[in-house]
Structures are given as structure tokens and as C-alpha cells.
Design a protein around this ligand. Structure first.
Ligand code: ATP
Ligand code: MG
Length: 465
């Protein structure tokens, strides 16, 4: 790690905490710990042109301007930041006036998006502490302590203690390139600790999504969650049921589509958070031994693709996450006498509609999910023109990958996947041979694979060979 930074951490007095009304050694209130440019490794070279442009323009207009959050945390950890959050004392309207390419978004949390081509810089006005004199338009809290709206402006110091984790409350000043540390975030970076600012239970009640963020950052950064910050999670996990499904959809994408899905999944289960997001999947995993490996395989392949910078779709992952409940439901319907095809359709519909009460999966993902599921019934049926028709389905590739997952997880016997692999790779001659084999192996209706072969074999063994 950067020499000056390490020296700073070892310097005497670097360990007193500056949280909440920080006190210096003499008992008086101290400001942030300021780490000058030559004692930290964060350089302007880590930042994008647009991010610097926004900072300088705010600064030149006489406002305070800092980079804060993930970009500073990640730079300190030697990772290239992926997006930039700016904090300022300019109000959203003032920011809007400075940048033509900007717009104010959000109600619960008003911020300004400044757009430069594909890059968006998020500019946030310092949030203040809520007093009694503020009316409901700017700040609002539910009876459970949930923060419904948070638009009270304040100082940078107030802004810092309203942020979630100490390592997310490090401010890089464009005025002198120093880092302002309000909550001992530097120490926690060094010890790789995620620690909520303030009383963890209060902060989780204000915004239960912070529990998911704790897990997400722990997985992504390979940090541990401080004991006091992890302790309340088990008890408070059900508060996630109050979060609007649209927000949870965004969070779930961040949890599972950032390249650390397997670790994240395990941590979510460890803390009892997964059951709040996917209750029926949680039940299915307790009943069906293959349901958990199926999800792990799907996440592992998603992680791999992300690290290889190949495209991924949430539809495939959601299809895997909900396949356990779909199969359980389908089995129950078939046990009641419904034939397999309508049973799968009804099961898919029911599982999806129940899941939507928790996480709103947009149609553009739920439609392909249903195709992937439907195709699972068509993949075993390969006789006549069926294989060719299935092969030409726009969702064939995803359905085939899904079939491989099911085999790898032990839900179904291996074999069919290999057949489809050979079919795709084979020339016309090979495909014809495979179709004959499939005709010999499969009977209509799919899995009654045993019935025909004997008959055929008997016939062929009686012929000239
Ligand atoms: P990344 O962008 O890598 O996911 P990040 O820390 O930048 O991580 P963002 O969601 O971009 O996360 O948020 C930017 C910053 O805003 C955070 O670092 C944190 O300081 C603050 N923040 C975001 N969400 C919350 C929240 N729910 N409660 C308190 N502070 C938050
Ligand atoms: Mg960010």
C-alpha cells in the first residue's frame, strides 16, 4: 500500500474515532482528519475527464466539491473506479444551472445527473441532520424509522455521517487534492472492515437496503463486516419486506451481476437475507437437493462471463433462481392430474406472480425466463422436425445452457445436454445420425426414454448386421 498512507495510519493519534460529534484529545469538537495529497495514493489520473470537469466547474463557481463514495474507496484499494459520485454544497437547482447537460432526478433522494456521452456523473447536495422544524416535503420517516424522504441540506460534516459505511464517507477535495476522513474510514480500509456509521440498528431501520449493501461490499471488496454491524442483521432482515419491489430489483442486479455472485449468494444466505428476497426459492432449496447447486452453477458462470467481459442477462439468472419453486409447483399440479405442459405453464405463472410481490422483474426479462422454462420440456423431444424447430428458437442457446446447468446440478440425468452439444457441432451427416439415435432413445412426451429402445434394438438385431 502507498507509503504515505501507511505512515498516516501508523501516526500517533490516528486511531481516535471521529464519529458523531467527533472529539479531539482536549475534549473539544474536531473536524475531519485531513490527509494531504502527499500522504495518500489517490491521484486525479484515476478519475474520468467528466468527473474532473464537474468538480472544477463547481469549484470555480465558488462551491465546495468533493468526490466521495465508491470511487475514493476503490481507488484507495488500488481498483479502478467505475463511476463517480460528487458531493457539493450547491443545491440541485444551482448544479442544474451550471450544467446544461444535467437533470434533477429522484424524489426520495433528489440528485442531479450530469451526462457526458455515455457517462453520468451523480451530483448530490450535502444532506443535513433532520430537525423538528423541517416539514414533510423535505424529510419524512415512517413509524418504523424508515427514511421516506431525505432532502434536508447540510454541511459536508453532516453529509458524511448520513452515509452508510465509514469507508464510503471519504471525501476527496478538488480544492487541494486532500482526503477528508470524517468517520475513520481510512482505518477501516486498512483493516478491510465494513462498519456502519452510527448505531447499526438505527441505520438499518432507516434504510434496510443497507443490509444488502453490507453484503454486496463484503463480497466485492473481500471485507469483513464489523461485529456490531453484523449483529442486528438477523433480527432486522424482515424489514426488507417493506422495500418497494422496483428498488429491490435494482439491488438484486447489483448483488448478482457484479462478478461476485457466488460469494454474495452465500453471504445473503448466511445472514438470512436471501429468504427475504426469494422466499419460495429458499423453501425449495430446503426440499430439493439440486436447487442450491443449480443457482450456484448459474452464478459461477455469470461471474466468469463478467470477468471475461462477455455479455450476461438477468433473465438466465432469474430463471435459475426460480426454477426450484417452478418445479415444485409443477410437480404438485401434475400430482393433481394436470398434464405436464399446462402444469409447467401454470406453475411458471404462479411462481412469477408471487415473486413480483417482492422484486419487480420487468417483462423484458420475465418473458425470456418463461421461454427458457418452456423449452426445457421441448429439449427432450427431438424426433422428426422437432430438434430443428427447437434449435431455431431464438432462446435456444439460453435454454441449452440452462439444460447443462440442470444436469450439472444433478436435477436430471446427464446425456441430453451432450446430445445437443453434438447436434450443434455436427455436420449434416452427424445430425442425421444423432436424430436417428434420438428417435431410438426418446418417445413423445419426453422422459419415457426406456420404452422404445428395446423394441428398436430387437428389430435391428434381427436384421443383417
Ligand atoms: P458502487 O458504486 O461501487 O456500487 P458506492 O459506494 O459508490 O459503490 P453508490 O450506490 O454509488 O455506492 O452510492 C454512492 C455513495 O452514496 C455511497 O458510497 C454512500 O456514501 C452513499 N450511499 C448510497 N446509498 C446509501 C444508503 N442507502 N444509505 C446511506 N448512504 C448511501
Ligand atoms: Mg458509486
Amino acid at each position: 500500500m502507498f507509503k504515505g498512507f501507511t505512515r498516516f495510519l501508523q501516526s500517533p493519534g490516528a486511531h481516535f474515532r471521529t464519529l458523531f460529534g467527533p472529539q479531539d484529545a482536549s475534549g473539544g469538537h474536531a473536524g475531519p482528519r485531513i490527509i494531504p495529497r502527499d500522504q495518500h495514493p489517490v491521484s486525479r489520473q484515476h478519475f474520468s475527464e467528466p468527473a474532473l470537469k464537474v468538480l472544477y466547474r463547481l469549484h470555480n463557481a465558488g462551491f465546495e466539491a468533493y468526490l466521495v463514495g465508491g470511487c475514493i474507496r476503490d481507488s484507495l484499494l488500488g481498483k479502478m473506479p467505475k463511476d463517480f459520485d460528487v458531493a457539493t454544497d450547491a443545491t440541485p437547482e444551482q448544479v442544474r444551472e451550471l450544467f446544461r447537460n444535467s437533470r434533477i432526478i429522484g424524489r426520495r433522494f433528489r440528485i442531479v445527473h450530469v451526462r457526458f456521452g455515455r457517462e453520468v456523473i451523480e451530483v448530490t447536495t450535502f444532506r443535513g441532520t433532520h430537525g423538528d422544524d423541517h416539514d414533510d416535503h423535505i424529510a419524512q420517516q415512517s413509524e418504523h424509522g424508515l427514511l421516506l424522504r431525505d432532502n434536508v441540506w447540510g454541511s459536508v460534516q453532516e453529509d458524511a455521517i448520513r452515509r452508510d459505511f465509514t469507508v464510503n464517507a471519504l471525501y476527496y477535495s478538488i480544492a487541494d487534492f486532500s482526503i477528508h476522513d470524517f468517520a475513520d474510514g481510512m482505518r477501516d480500509i486498512e483493516s478491510r472492515t465494513l462498519r456502519l456509521i452510527g448505531d447499526p440498528a438505527v441505520r438499518y431501520r432507516e434504510d434496510p437496503v443497507r443490509m444488502l449493501r453490507a453484503v454486496r461490499f463484503a463480497a466485492k471488496l473481500d471485507f469483513h463486516i464489523a461485529a456490531d454491524s453484523e449483529a442486528p442483521i438477523g433480527e432486522l432482515a424482515p424489514l426488507l419486506l417493506q422495500i418497494p419491489p422496483a428498488r429491490l430489483f435494482d439491488e438484486v442486479l447489483k448483488l448478482f451481476m457484479a462478478g461476485y455472485g457466488v460469494v454474495t449468494f452465500r453471504l445473503l444466505r448466511h445472514y438470512g437475507l436471501f429468504a427475504m428476497l426469494f422466499p419460495e426459492t429458499d423453501e425449495a432449496m430446503a426440499q430439493q437437493p439440486w436447487a442450491e447447486p443449480l443457482i450456484e452453477h448459474a452464478l459461477a458462470s455469470t461471474d466468469k462471463r463478467i470477468h471475461e467481459e462477455r455479455p450476461v442477462t438477468p433473465a438466465f439468472l432469474f430463471a435459475a433462481l426460480l426454477w426450484g419453486p417452478v418445479q415444485r409447483r409443477q410437480a404438485a399440479l401434475q400430482a393433481d392430474g394436470m398434464p405436464p405442459v399446462p402444469a409447467l405453464q401454470l406453475a411458471s405463472q404462479q411462481v412469477l406472480s408471487r415473486q413480483l410481490q417482492h422484486i419487480s422483474i420487468p417483462k423484458r426479462f420475465s418473458m425470456p425466463m418463461r421461454d427458457i422454462w418452456d423449452l426445457q420440456q421441448r429439449l427432450p423431444q427431438r424426433r422428426g422436425k422437432r430438434a430443428l424447430q427447437t434449435r431455431e428458437h431464438p432462446r435456444f442457446r439460453a435454454a441449452y445452457d440452462f439444460l447443462l446447468l440442470r444436469e450439472a446440478a444433478g436435477e436430471i440425468e446427464a446425456g441430453l445436454g451432450e446430445w445437443w452439444t453434438a447436434y450443434q457441432e455436427g455436420d449434416e451427416h452427424e445430425q442425421r445420425r444423432l436424430l436417428e439415435k434420438a428417435g431410438a432413445d426418446a418417445a413423445p412426451g419426453g422422459d419415457s426414454r426406456r420404452r422404445r429402445p428395446r423394441k428398436r434394438r430387437r428389430r435391428s438385431s434381427s436384421g443383417p448386421s
